[in-house]
Design a protein around this ligand. Structure first.
Ligand code: HEC
Length: 117
């Protein structure tokens, strides 16, 4: 029992340390090559959370940037900066087809009005 509790604490500490090492606390951005570019260019108008909450392939990230440039006053990037931003976004926030939870089974759903009568 005691050993199990110690192990659980060590595990929790390990997870906490892993997160601290890989996510910037202020912005919530994953710390990986190019993250400072995104911190600099992608947090001025909206929260970085709008970035970290999104998942897309490189082309869709580029489309999003082009849309902001065309309609939201986002500035132009030089090629190196734009590639750095896109490499970072495509690598760290790629598409995830199964992000939604599984549907609730019908047996766990509330009854229909007729069942309640
Ligand atoms: C000049 C201002 C500005 C900057 C800088 C900016 N954005 Fe945006 N962005 C916007 C606006 C405005 C919206 C729309 C917000 C809303 O709908 O509430 C938006 C929306 C988004 C969305 C949501 C798009 C959607 O389809 O819902 C994402 C993702 C995004 N931005 C990513 C980025 C990234 C990545 C960068 C850096 C390359 C960036 N933004 C920099 C203005 C900006």
């Amino acid at each position: 029992m005691r050993t199990a509790r110690k192990l659980a604490m060590l595990l929790a500490l390990g997870i906490a340390q892993t997160q601290a090492a890989t996510v910037d606390e202020a912005s919530g951005l994953a710390i990986a090559p190019g993250w400072e570019l995104v911190r600099t260019h992608c947090g001025g108008c909206h929260s970085h959370a709008l970035v970290t909450g999104q998942r897309a392939d490189r082309q869709t990230w580029l489309d999003t940037i082009r849309w902001m440039q065309a309609t939201q006053n986002l500035w132009q990037f030089d090629a190196a900066t734009e590639n750095g931003i896109l490499d970072y976004l495509a690598a760290n926030y790629p598409p995830q087809p199964n992000r939604r939870r599984a549907p609730i089974p019908p047996t766990l759903m509330p009854g229909t009005a007729t069942e309640l009568e």
